[in-house]
Design a protein. Structure first.
Length: 250
């Protein structure tokens, strides 16, 4: 019987198990090991119950400190590890904002690819810390999430799947699913847009073209020789890579 990777946890829109992906050596990634999601802090009581029943014991929260300020107080039933994927001071963000602004006139896939490469270069140590948090998590399933589970979560899970030996085309297909899963949220954003310029910006950032992942991996390979070499340069150890691979491969 085929297992569905799509999970329904009340309060979230974009939850998928990273199991069931074919690997280049003819294997398959393990179910119940790593799950990607939009913010689990939006879960209802029944959503949290479903998460725990699924075997989740650790949550890796990639959001920044400012994004967590409005979280409702709660005694959560799992261990939460806060590992910001993109944290910078105000001066650094001004530089990054200037770099991103130059991408405005590019096609969506090109602009998103370039933005992701900027993030991966600027926040190398954060990427390594997030990989390490997943690799070192205790026994039980791990949920990785940010706000929408699309960009930060999309990049981290793409790297994890690559380390597990999943072909790039398969990883790109998984990344692309987030656009449709988040459509209810994005439609509300578009409806609330006050200007045409804001609407165009939202239309651009809500898309997840699969070719983005191909482009990001190609660029990392061009700069570092391989995706794994990028991760090592960022500070991911061989033990971390092995543990991450083993977690997804069983």
């Amino acid at each position: 019987m085929l297992r569905s990777r799509e999970l329904t946890w009340d309060g979230c829109l974009n939850v998928r198990d990273l199991g069931g992906h074919p690997t280049e050596d003819g294997g398959e990634t393990s179910f119940g090991s790593i799950i990607r999601a939009d913010s689990v802090r939006n879960l209802t009581a029944s959503g949290w119950e479903a998460l725990v029943e699924y075997g989740v014991r650790t949550v890796v929260d990639l959001r920044g400190d400012h994004e967590r300020e409005d979280d409702p107080p709660a005694d959560l039933p799992v261990d939460v590890r806060h590992v910001p994927f993109m944290e910078a001071d105000e001066q650094e963000w001004e530089v990054i904002a200037d770099e991103l602004e130059r991408l405005d006139d590019l096609p969506v896939a090109d602009a998103t690819r370039e933005a992701y490469v900027i993030f991966l270069e600027r926040f190398k140590r954060n990427v390594a810390a997030a990989m390490r948090a997943v690799a070192e998590a205790p026994e039980g399933a791990v949920v990785v999430h940010c706000v929408g589970g699309k960009d930060r979560t999309g990049l981290l899970t793409a790297l994890l799947l690559h380390v597990a030996g999943v072909p790039t085309q398969e990883i790109a297909s998984d990344y692309a699913l987030s656009e449709e899963r988040l459509r209810p949220r994005h439609d509300a954003w578009l409806e609330a847009a006050e200007t045409e310029a804001e609407r165009r910006r939202l239309e651009r950032i809500t898309q997840t073209p699969p070719e983005v992942i191909d482009g990001v991996f190609d660029e990392l390979e061009r700069r570092y020789g391989s995706v794994e070499a990028y991760l090592r340069d960022a500070g991911v150890s061989e033990d971390d890579l092995t543990r991450a691979r083993t977690r997804l491969r069983g």
